[in-house]
Design a protein around this ligand. Sequence first.
Ligand code: ADP
Ligand code: MG
Length: 437
Amino acid sequence: MSIAEELYLEALADYVLQDHSQNKMPDPGLTERFSSVSVTDIVELHRVSTRRIAEGKPEDQALRIYDASLRFLTDFLAHCNKSVYAAPSSLVLLKNKYENVLQHMDSGIALFNESGRLTFINMNMARLIGLPRKALIGFRLIDVMRNRMVPRKIRKSMLHLYREMVDYRTPYHEITTGQGRHLLVTVTYENELDGDVLISVKDVTEYKRIEQAAYQNDKLAILGKISAAIAHEIRNPLTSIRGFVQFLKPELTRMGKHEYADIILDEIDRANSIIHEFLNSSKPTAPLKKPVLVHAFIKDVMLLFESDALLHQCRIEVGPIDQTLTVAVDLKQVKQVLMNIVKNAVEAVAQSRGPEGRIQILAVHEAPWIKITVSDNGDGMDADTASRLFDPFFTTKEAGTGLGLSVSYRIIKNHGGKIDVRSRPAQGTTFSICLPE
Ligand code: ADP
Ligand code: MG
């Protein structure tokens, strides 16, 4: 860049980045430097400079920069004693370029002038409203809201937004679409924008997802702490009970009741091992991974459910599964996950299907995952349940703990994997566990 070009960039940046009410005329020293430069070259320099200034700025600011930069250019050319009309085509080209940039932004943008008429709208915004751009330009917001061609739902949310943002002047508003996407609507008002009102709509579904995942992790960390504390507290009295029973055992044997002592000791050991399992799985430590055969460990888990399935008269079908399929996991932990999910499936079908109940377990290699799916034809769940099912202590069952899935979620996360759920009310539910291959 030559010195003159650098000075131009500096003056332009000065002009467009400051409050527009204080826009000052270009420095005469600068205009003099450009007296022998052609209008076309100035326009080209202007184009490059504006782009540099607007690069990486949020779209409402970029729009303001483009807008102000056109004013600067007109002023500048006038001060150089050059007619804007010397190069009308390059000016039109320039304007088209800015419009192009705005057209292709991933946010929806609409600009209303001081009398409330739509002067600019990009493709994304027109798509959101559901009408072609040509049918919208020149109309007032109120006309668009009354237009019967715009779907009713959209008109309703526009009216709601209008009240919130124009009547109460809240600058940000969030809406959720019928498809479950989150949109952030921002309004920039007249006093900042020469009497115009700029509305921009950004899809923030991904940010929301990340935010929720962070929240979920927080809750799981708390669950881990609480459960570790409770389990620890239970283990202490169990240890002393065990000690006293052992101490009393000769006495019981003498009374011919030694089997009572054995049962008590066995049961205490079982309780202890449950606590141990639970502490293990809820601890945020890295799992001890070893390669295991997928079909073999699924079979192990199935054996545990045989009597349960028989009792509820439902059928559990496994496979076909590639007999060579292996995955590196902490076997104890992942078995527990599969048990939690199959147990839920059995409970779901037992409740609604009786003998018609079907559960299917499959495992496939779907790079980069080993994917295990458990499908049931139970009652499924509504959207509210689906969104809270991994929350600790969330349960819809009378005797439920609401811990199965939150513990499973944590275990699979610690393995670097993920759990997905697809469920349709009255049709059934499919859980998929994805583990890194
Ligand atoms: P619990 O089984 O103790 O209720 P979970 O964490 O295992 O706790 O499950 C939480 C909730 O998720 C259940 O109460 C149930 O509402 C729902 N759920 C889980 N699996 C299924 C399924 N296969 N079909 C329908 N609902 C399910
Ligand atoms: Mg459960």
